[in-house]
Write a protein that binds this ligand. Structure first.
Ligand code: ZN
Length: 308
């Protein structure tokens, strides 16, 4: 029987981005309510993470990034990256536990206690660069998770990012390395502007970055074609010890921040295929997804595929 960890923490709801911000606590409430309503909440191992160590965050971020978030929270609020990336009084503690959840999920899966895991965290992470928080993201949870797996002895880690926005931070952190494969499906051209198909990695990381730009209007058929014809063969060739997913659900047809037309069924199918190609060892972290109905549908389909 498959054991799926479900990692969440009350502080994830306390990260307060202010009225009208799309990246809001109601997103997590919608996911929790849907999982409980459809019985999935009883099929996962619920887990509340502790705080990550500063050293774990410093493995991918400059000290100034940690200090900026810590000081902003201590001051009660701060606005980073020109306005859309908000720090509230509880954001530092929430962000430490988002990273803690990512790391503890990796530990549980690598130790064999869980087969796979979904970390329903806020704030999200994949836009955060080594030197700066940006794009609603404070610390790069998925990059820290992958780095932690490498430091624990995984030889190769693959990051699959199906958030509708390109994970610029994650790509830049690993693009010169051959031990972390980064593959992204994203609307392009779109925020944040990176992620052209020609970006393939550099130096020792040449070929370990795979960008699959999708067009406005693309839906399940186009996504599954790119996923099955290009992404999965590249993943098989890389042969990772662990797969970490940047699971944003903002490519959903209902999402207000994209023009793609993906449905929950495609997120479930991508999940099932990844599990089959990852030997079942997979850690998934929530990124975007801003329509509460589309997000709840998609996250539930994703978790249903994880527990199957
Ligand atoms: Zn996104």
């Amino acid at each position: 029987m498959t054991v799926t960890g479900f990692v969440s923490h009350p502080l994830f709801l306390a990260h307060d981005t202010g009225a009208g911000h799309p990246e809001r606590a109601d997103r997590l409430r919608a996911i929790h309510e849907r999982l409980d309503a459809c019985g999935l909440g009883a099929q996962v191992m619920a887990h509340e993470p502790g705080r990550a160590s500063i050293e774990a965050i410093r493995a991918v971020h400059d000290a100034a990034v940690v200090e900026c978030v810590r000081r902003g929270a201590a001051a009660g609020s701060a606005v980073l990256d020109g306005g859309d990336t908000v720090v509230s009084a509880d954001s530092y503690e929430a962000a430490l536990r988002a990273v803690g959840g990512a790391i503890e999920a990796v530990d549980h899966v690598l130790d064999g206690a869980w087969d796979n895991a979904f970390v329903a965290c806020r704030p999200p992470g994949h836009h955060a660069e080594a030197g700066a928080s940006m794009g609603f993201c404070l610390f790069n949870n998925v990059a820290i998770a992958a780095q932690h797996a490498i430091e624990r002895g995984a030889r190769r880690v693959a990051i699959i990012d199906w958030d509708v926005h390109h994970g610029n931070g994650t790509q830049h952190i690993f693009e010169a390395r051959g031990d972390v494969f980064y593959a992204s499906l994203h609307q392009w051209p779109w925020y944040p502007g990176t992620g052209a198909a020609t970006e393939r990695g550099r130096g020792a990381g040449e070929g370990a970055t795979l960008n699959l730009p999708m067009a406005a209007g693309d839906g399940d058929a186009a996504y599954m074609d790119a996923f099955e014809a290009t992404l999965l063969p590249a993943l098989d060739a890389f042969a990772p010890d662990l797969v970490v997913v940047s699971a944003g659900f903002d490519a959903h047809v209902r999402d207000p921040l994209s023009s793609t037309r993906v449905t929950a069924e495609a997120f479930a199918r991508m999940t099932t295929l990844l599990l089959a190609h990852a030997g079942g060892r997979l850690v998934s972290l929530l990124e975007g997804g801003y329509d509460l109905e589309g997000l709840a549908d998609s996250a539930a389909a994703h978790v249903a595929a994880l527990v199957a």
